[in-house]
Ligand binder design. Sequence first.
Ligand SMILES: [Zn+2]
Length: 325
Amino acid sequence: MLPFISAMKPHRTELYQDVPSTCWPIVYSPDYNITFMGLEKLHPFDAGKWGKVIDFLKEEKLVVDDLIVQAREATEDDLLVVHTRRYLNKLKAGKLAVDRGWAINVGGGFHHCSSDKGGGFCAYADITLAIKFLFERVQGVSKATIIDLDAHQGNGHERDFMDDSRVYIMDAYNRYIYPGDGFAKRAIKRKVELEWGTEDTEYLQKVQTHVEGALNELKPDIIVYNAGTDILDGDPLGGLAISPQGIVKRDEVVFKAARSRRIPILMVTSGGYQKRTARIIADSILNLHNLGLIDKELATSGVENPKVEQMLRNSVADLSKLSLQ
Ligand SMILES: [Zn+2]
């Protein structure tokens, strides 16, 4: 599933570079705002969702363009197509999460995609790749926890990490909808199967219990949080009934659990494409900021040991040597 990566000839690139500490660890590229790969078949698609999230955050004066981490314009030599650029953003976001303690990729979270199979609609396994990249390229990262709270089961990364004891997977999803992948379920350490129409109180209680439980069971070096918003009431495919406030609260619960344990967290926004979705994601990011759970200062880094932190900051990944398989 990685032909475009293996085929990349070694070459110089500036796509992966040190991100100035004045930047928010929020990764976004206007490339996100297109339909692609049949994604719209599974999720009714608000093609502009990701751009709108950023617009809302700008309106609220949380971010300005220069302080968001963007994909650099690709040179011809980079052989980059849109998908590759998205992929690079994901790697960048993973590294940023380790450096800063948190990062949000406004986009990403294609969790039905496994690295050997398209998974129906996913072009590539971005969560798998982000974790493998961190394992292989960033010292000090050898255990990861995936917290997948999209309405759908995340069978892609589950198949990828089936026999990998370095990765702990918690997944909460509507048990009756796509993909119902029984084989992949074997990889889930904490399985939270939800009924049709599950509402805030029950949902949040389960999320809290199992996120805390998962992190108490194993303290990872990185959390990848798949924050799908297709749990929202009215989503035609998710079949759950969580309110906008419930989603904001859910993200808060996850970030509190991660930050209080000083575990770096990478959030991806995944599914959920109703008209009001972008506003909810923006509100959630603003709420995290208001509560002091995210800040752009390096002082809030999740890395406790300053020497380790310095080492991480110095270990800029060299894309020209990249050969994830
Ligand atoms: Zn979904």
